[in-house]
Design a protein around this ligand. Structure first.
Ligand SMILES: NC(=O)c1ccc[n+]([C@@H]2O[C@H](COP(=O)([O-])OP(=O)(O)OC[C@H]3O[C@@H](n4cnc5c(N)ncnc54)[C@H](O)[C@@H]3O)[C@@H](O)[C@H]2O)c1
Length: 381
C-alpha cells in the first residue's frame, strides 16, 4: 500500500488536531493510502516538544525551510497565522510539495489569487481546509439539494457562530488583530466554513450587503495592560444568488459574539416542495421539510454515515475530530485520483471566490450599500 509522508507547519491548535487525525488513520476502513507524519515545524519549542511522543516524526524544526526541503515530506498541512499564508504557501509549492492549507488561504484576495495561480503554474495538488461539510448532516443537505426534491429554492441561510469572545476579559491573540488576521476579520476565520457548501452547490452571490461590527475593541494583553482589538467581530452578509434564473436571498452569518454558541455551524435551505436544515448544535439531527395539505418537519437522528467508511459503529455520533479526519482523507484520496465522486475539500478556486465575497463585504460596509461581486470566468488559476 502506498504511504504519503506528511509535514505540519504550525503545530498549534490545528496542527495538533491534524496530528491526531494522522495518528488514528487505521480507523478508516479499507482506505487505499497510508499516511505518516514525519516532520513538524513551529517557532515555539514548547509546542514542538508535544510532537516528540509521535514515533513517526523524525524532524522537529523551527525553520520551515528545513521541513519543505526534506525528502521525507510529500505533502504539507499548514496552520499558521493569516499574515504568513502567502509567503509560506508559495515556498512550499516552490519546494515541490503539495499542500492542504488552512483557511482563509491568504490574508486577502490578492494573496489567495497568488497562491492559487502558483499552484496551477507548478501543477501542485492544493486544497483549502473546511471540515464541517464532511459531517453526515451536511452531506445529507447536499444530497437533498442535488436530488431536485426541494423544488424551486427560494431561501438559503448558512453560518458559523462562536461565543467565546462574549468574555471581554479573554486575552488578545493574533486572531483579534488585523495585521495578523487580516482586514476581513471574522470573515477570514469563519467565512470559508459558511461558504464551502453554497459555493460547491454553485451559488455565487452577485451582490452583497454587509453589516460588520466591531463590538469589543480592546482586550487584556496578558501582561497587565490592554491591547487594541481592531478586527471585525461579527459579520452578517445579505447576498443574492442566481438559481435557475431566479434571484434568491442567501444570508451568511459569521460571528465571534453569538451568545451561547460554542462552535455552531449551520445551513438551512428552503424550496417550494421541501426544505433541509442542519446545525452542529444538535449534532445528530437532520431536518427535512415536506410540503402538502399538512406541512411536516421530519427529524432523523443520523449516525456515523461518513463519506469514508470507518470502524466506528453506525449508530455512534460524529464530532469535530471525525469530520476533520474525513476532510484529510478526502484530500489524500483526491490527490491519488481515488475520490470516486465523494465530496472533496474546498478548492483554491473556492477559496479565492470566498475572498471576492469578503472584499465586496468590506466595500459594502464602507459605502452602506449593496456591492456587486464579480467572478471572472477567465480567472488565471
Ligand atoms: N479548520 C478549522 O476549523 C480551523 C480552526 C481554527 C483555526 N484554523 C486556521 O488554522 C490556522 C492556524 O490557526 P490555529 O488556531 O491553529 O492557531 P495557533 O495560534 O493555535 O497556531 C499557530 C501556530 O503557528 C506557529 N507559527 C507562527 N509562525 C510560524 C512560522 N513562521 N513557522 C512555523 N510556525 C509558526 C505558532 O507558533 C503557533 O503554534 C489559521 O489559518 C486559522 O484560520 C482553522
Amino acid at each position: 500500500m502506498k504511504t504519503v509522508n506528511i509535514g505540519i507547519i504550525g503545530g498549534g491548535l490545528m496542527g495538533r488536531e491534524a496530528a491526531s487525525a494522522f495518528g488514528r488513520w487505521f480507523a478508516l476502513k479499507d482506505f487505499p493510502v497510508r499516511v505518516r507524519l514525519t516532520a513538524v515545524c513551529d517557532l515555539n519549542e514548547g509546542i514542538l516538544s508535544w510532537y516528540k511522543q509521535i514515533d513517526s516524526v523524525s524532524l522537529l524544526t523551527t525553520d520551515y525551510r528545513e521541513l519543505i526541503n526534506s525528502d521525507e515530506v510529500d505533502v504539507v498541512y499548514i496552520a499558521v497565522p493569516h499574515n504568513l499564508h502567502r509567503e509560506i504557501y508559495l515556498d512550499i509549492l516552490r519546494a515541490g510539495k503539495d499542500l492542504l492549507g488552512e483557511k482563509p488561504f491568504g490574508i486577502d484576495q490578492e494573496a489567495a489569487e497568488t497562491i492559487a495561480a502558483e499552484a496551477t503554474k507548478l501543477g501542485r495538488f492544493v486544497r483549502c481546509s473546511s471540515e464541517m461539510p464532511f459531517l453526515p448532516g451536511p452531506q445529507r443537505v447536499i444530497a437533498e439539494v442535488q436530488s431536485g426534491r426541494l423544488g424551486r429554492i427560494f431561501e438559503i441561510r448558512s453560518g458559523f457562530l462562536h461565543a467565546s469572545d462574549m468574555n471581554a476579559q479573554k486575552p488578545i491573540n493574533w486572531k483579534r488583530q488585523s495585521q495578523y488576521c487580516g482586514e476581513i476579520g471574522v470573515m477570514g476565520d469563519l467565512g470559508m466554513h459558511a461558504l464551502h457548501v453554497p459555493l460547491r452547490l454553485g451559488w455565487k452571490p452577485s451582490k452583497v450587503f454587509a453589516q460588520l461590527q466591531k463590538i469589543i475593541t480592546e482586550r487584556p494583553d496578558g501582561k497587565g495592560g490592554m491591547a487594541v482589538c481592531d478586527t471585525w467581530n461579527n459579520a452578517t452578509l445579505s447576498t443574492q444568488v442566481d438559481i435557475n434564473g431566479e434571484q434568491v436571498p442567501m444570508q451568511l452569518e459569521m460571528k465571534r459574539l453569538a451568545p451561547g454558541e460554542t462552535n455552531t455551524w449551520y445551513i438551512e435551505i428552503y424550496g417550494t416542495e421541501g426544505g433541509v436544515r442542519y446545525s452542529t448544535k444538535d449534532t445528530k439531527a437532520f431536518w427535512q421539510f415536506t410540503n402538502g395539505a399538512e406541512q411536516w418537519w421530519k427529524r432523523t437522528d443520523l449516525g456515523f454515515q461518513m463519506p469514508f467508511e470507518t470502524i466506528t459503529g453506525g449508530i455512534f455520533e460524529a464530532g469535530f475530530p471525525d469530520c476533520f479526519m474525513q476532510m484529510i482523507a478526502a484530500y489524500v484520496a483526491e490527490r491519488e485520483g481515488l475520490l470516486n465522486g465523494k465530496f472533496g475539500c474546498a478548492t483554491p478556486e473556492e477559496a479565492v471566490d470566498s475572498h471576492r465575497i469578503f472584499k465586496a463585504a468590506l466595500l459594502s460596509q464602507e459605502s452602506g450599500s449593496f456591492v456587486d461581486v464579480s467572478f471572472p470566468s477567465t480567472l488565471v488559476i
